[in-house]
Write a protein of this length. Structure first.
Length: 424
């Protein structure tokens, strides 16, 4: 299968552009100055219903649109483009808009650990038991999702990226922190790397035989955006990738593929289903995760269908996220109360094997906050959300439910008032 990449400069070559009015193509050009744009021929040819592109979830996830910027932001960028500014001047305008879009939510840059007094810029260690590694060559994706909280990593001008190549230092760090037992390769998407490059990292981890490390995870969208990564009949490197998975499981470590699926349409293609079967044959487990997004998947029936289909394919539904306050979140955000309703109704609609999902989660500065429920308090006559940290920086604070005042419009934990201040 030939791999074709499209970006903001080349998307007009896509034959389906005939479905789009010229005005919409110009809007894509303006908005993609701010929101990184990238796609490939699999996404464009197999996942989008072009005759219904305006409402198509994968089109919206792939092609930036005018409503993803505030009106004043759109006008500033459009004016800069119309004025034919120099590249430097244009980027000054573009970056001023990007900096208004909260490029680093949840204080990600504060989670960078040190080894022997030296910062490890491609590592995050927020939760006691797991270390995240951002390999330099994996800081892109097969397509860039318009909602992605990692969007600043795809914009070189923001200079806020974090990544590194020195896996030896990561190994030493994990060995020195004996309570760490999971290593997550993330990005971008580590599966955008060739198996040879990725194996260069992974084999060193396997060979290191770190006594406390028992699990390797890969966070990836490759199953949806380029399933040929795992199909030897279409891609000569695929067997090498699957063999690398086998080396991990043969070493006795658990391998978990953390796959992003935003919509059931992503599960329908035969190539994807064959890729799932090939991965499972290596002994790896595939767990699934995605945020609830306005315009894409804010429906309980849709989530119930998606989880049921995933279970039928041998996948384990794992996380339902709440969209972070970054990038074009005003376009995608769904209030917490509505997310909880979607989750609870979807859970009611699924069979028991699909009830493995962690209740809707916000990845906030202190940790992953779950919405466990909504209750009426007869003592004060008020309504409350029951929350708890599924993960907290301070692990002694995990799994301790607490109450916050119910707010129908709130979209993030920092907009809520605790019943007992500073209880967590
Ligand atoms: S990291 Fe995941 S959500 Fe973000 S652009 Fe890549 S595939 Fe999409």
């Amino acid at each position: 299968m030939r791999y074709l990449t499209y970006n903001a400069k080349t998307f007009r070559n896509i034959e389906y552009m005939r479905y789009l009015p010229e005005e919409v193509k110009q809007e894509i050009e303006i908005v993609s100055k701010v929101i990184p744009f990238k796609s490939n021929n699999y996404v464009v040819d197999y996942l989008i219903d072009w005759e219904n592109y305006e409402n198509d979830p994968i089109y919206i996830l792939t092609f930036p649109n005018k409503n993803m910027l505030r009106e004043d932001q759109y006008e500033r960028v459009k004016r800069a483009v119309d004025q034919n500014l120099s590249e430097d001047e244009l980027y000054e305008v573009v970056n001023s808009v990007r900096l208004e879009m909260n490029p680093h939510p949840a204080q990600q840059l504060t989670n960078i650990p040190q080894l022997n007094g030296e910062k490890l810029p491609g590592v995050q260690h927020k939760y006691r038991d797991i270390v995240l590694f951002f390999p330099t060559q994996g800081q892109s994706c097969h397509a860039h999702c318009t909602f992605c909280f990692r969007w600043p990593q795809f914009t070189k001008q923001l200079d806020l990226q974090f990544s590194m190549r020195e896996i030896d230092k990561v190994i030493e760090y994990i060995r020195e922190h004996e309570f760490v037992h999971e290593l997550l390769f993330t990005g971008g998407d580590p599966m955008i790397m060739s198996p040879a490059v990725l194996s260069g990292y992974v084999d060193k981890v396997i060979d290191a035989k770190i006594p406390n490390l028992d699990t390797i995870r890969f966070g990836t969208k490759a199953l949806t955006y380029w399933p040929f990564t795992f199909l030897p009949s279409y891609n000569e490197e695929a067997e090498e990738m699957l063999n690398m998975f086998r080396r991990i499981t043969d070493s006795g470590m658990h391998l978990s593929i953390m796959a992003h699926f935003n919509h059931p349409v992503e599960l329908e293609n035969e190539a994807l289903q064959e890729a799932i079967a090939n991965i499972r044959e290596t002994g790896a487990q595939i767990r699934t995760q995605a945020p609830v997004l306005n315009h894409i998947n804010n429906s309980s029936q849709l989530w119930a269908n998606m989880w049921t289909k995933q279970v039928n394919l041998g996948l384990v539904p794992y996380y339902m996220f709440i969209e972070r306050e970054t990038g074009p979140y005003e376009y995608f955000q769904v209030p917490l109360a509505e997310v909880y309703n979607i989750y609870s109704e979807a859970i009611r609609l699924t069979g028991s094997l699909a009830k493995t999902v962690t209740a809707p989660v916000m990845s906030a500065a202190k940790g992953k906050v779950q919405i466990l429920g909504v209750v009426d308090n007869p003592l004060d006559g008020k309504k409350y959300f029951i929350l708890q940290y599924a993960r907290h920086r301070d692990y002694s604070k995990t799994f301790k439910p607490f109450l916050v005042e119910y707010d129908e419009k709130a979209t993030w934990v920092d907009q809520l008032t605790e019943l007992v201040p500073n209880s967590i």
